[in-house]
Design a protein around this ligand. Structure first.
Ligand code: ATP
Length: 207
């Protein structure tokens, strides 16, 4: 079950969220075409992903939603959750902490890092903010494996290097400056401005 394509992992997370919504509505079984229409993708894609994780439904009733949610959890969660640090406790970093704390996610933000004296050595929403110079010691002491970078773009390259040295295994880069691949670190870029400009472009050509 190792090394699923990263797009599949992304979709599994999306499937789980929609399936949980369906469970809350009292539904117990679902067909691939229903999942597909909830997520605006093709039923073939859904069936392919579900086959990859070794699950099969019944022809008559479809997939058992509860079983599928549990299976997806076994595949994408770790038993004790994953510890995360936010680097850059500005508006975006704070929003991240707030948002994830509201969710029943196993992803756990356990520390924040910044260099601004007004922000360090105090807690925001129960998450303590350390000086970035303490990154190595805090990551080691708390077993942090993932870093979300929400600093200004100018410093992202140096921060990513330090995160790797500190033992971070996955980086979500929320700045608009792309990072180079670093061996042993899974990298995901999310550039909000690009996504929004893409939407704006397609809205414009509809007019
Ligand atoms: P604020 O005005 O409260 O700082 P902001 O969202 O406008 O919020 P940004 O300029 O985007 O702030 O910076 C985001 C955060 O990143 C800030 O808290 C800033 O202090 C922090 N930051 C800047 N440089 C670094 C760095 N080298 N290491 C860690 N954090 C940094």
């Amino acid at each position: 079950m190792r090394n699923l394509p990263d797009k599949t992992v992304e979709r599994l997370s999306q499937y789980r969220r929609s399936l949980n919504n369906q469970l809350e509505k009292g539904k117990t079984h679902i067909f691939s075409h229903e999942i597909a229409s909830l997520l605006h993708i093709t039923p073939v894609q859904v069936r392919r992903d579900i086959m990859l994780i070794g699950y099969s439904g019944t022809l008559r009733k479809g997939y058992d939603i509860k079983e599928m949610v549990e299976l997806i959890g076994k595949i994408i969660d770790t038993s004790d959750g994953q510890k995360i640090a936010v680097i850059g406790l500005g508006n975006l970093g704070k929003a991240f902490i707030h948002y994830l704390q509201e969710k029943k996610s196993k992803l756990d933000i356990v520390a924040a890092f910044d260099i601004n004296p007004d922000k360090i050595n105090k807690s925001y929403s129960d998450v303590f903010c350390y000086h970035f110079d303490q990154i190595e010691e805090v990551v080691a002491a708390q077993g942090i494996r993932i870093g979300i970078i929400t600093t200004p773009p100018e410093v992202v390259t140096d921060i990513a290097k330090r995160l790797k040295q500190a033992g971070i295994k996955g980086i979500l880069n929320y700045t608009p400056k792309p990072l180079n691949e670093q061996e042993g670190v899974y990298l995901e870029e999310y550039d909000m401005i690009t996504s929004l400009e893409k939407v704006a472009y397609f809205v414009k050509i509809q007019d």
